[in-house]
Design a protein around this ligand. Structure first.
Ligand code: GLN
Length: 187
């Protein structure tokens, strides 16, 4: 029997959504840009993209999506990238804001500095971008640290939840090792 491709829903309210498509497809998944509860229910896993977490929170409120997202996140793997990591961290500082609290993680928003401090670097030999990225200031003991940068964890996993402070999707070499790992880890 051939296995159905897992459907990866990229939350499409704001931010870097479409750049995930070639990475997800090259990793063997099906890309979907999702923004309604009916679309969330069809997904096997989610990517919360980078962008601006405060804007995403406002749109989640405006369109009344919190409960449907929380229900889906409780059952399915989620990978939060940069702003997406902020949305799923247990605690957010600089300033404090609401989050889905899926991961034992504290993040300091914009902890790597302002836009001028955005930079590219390599993680596990793959070029990635830090764009007004959060610093992971506290990672719970039950989380696995998959990569560090400048001494701090930047890619972590706890159970079915993953967070990265950096963007791998902007690099045009498909799939990124991070997308490959995420898609391959799906049941
Ligand atoms: N600075 C943004 C925030 O706090 C995150 C930036 C990003 O996702 N590249 O939400």
């Amino acid at each position: 029997m051939t296995k159905r491709k897992p459907i990866i829903g990229v939350l499409a309210l704001q931010g870097a959504v479409e750049p995930h498509r070639p990475h997800i497809e090259a990793a063997g998944g099906e890309f979907r840009a999702v923004k309604t509860p009916a679309q969330f229910n069809e997904c096997d896993a989610f990517i919360l993209p980078g962008g601006e977490s405060t804007t995403m929170l406002k749109l989640i409120d405006t369109f009344n999506l919190w409960d449907s997202l929380a229900e889906n996140f409780a059952k399915k793997p989620v990978w939060g990238i940069c702003a997406g990591a902020i949305l799923i961290a247990r605690k957010v500082t600089n300033p404090e804001q609401k989050s889905f609290a899926l991961l034992p993680l504290t993040v300091e928003r914009n902890g790597y500095g302002r836009q001028l401090d955005s930079h590219q670097t390599e993680i596990n030999g793959y070029p990635v971008s830090f764009i007004r990225a959060p610093v992971f200031t506290d990672v719970g003991k039950d989380a696995e640290i998959l990569a560090k940068h400048q001494g701090a964890p930047v890619w972590i996993k706890a159970g079915k939840y993953t967070a990265s402070a950096f963007h791998p999707e902007l690099t045009l070499d498909f799939p990124s090792p991070m997308h490959k790992k995420f898609v391959e880890s799906l049941p």
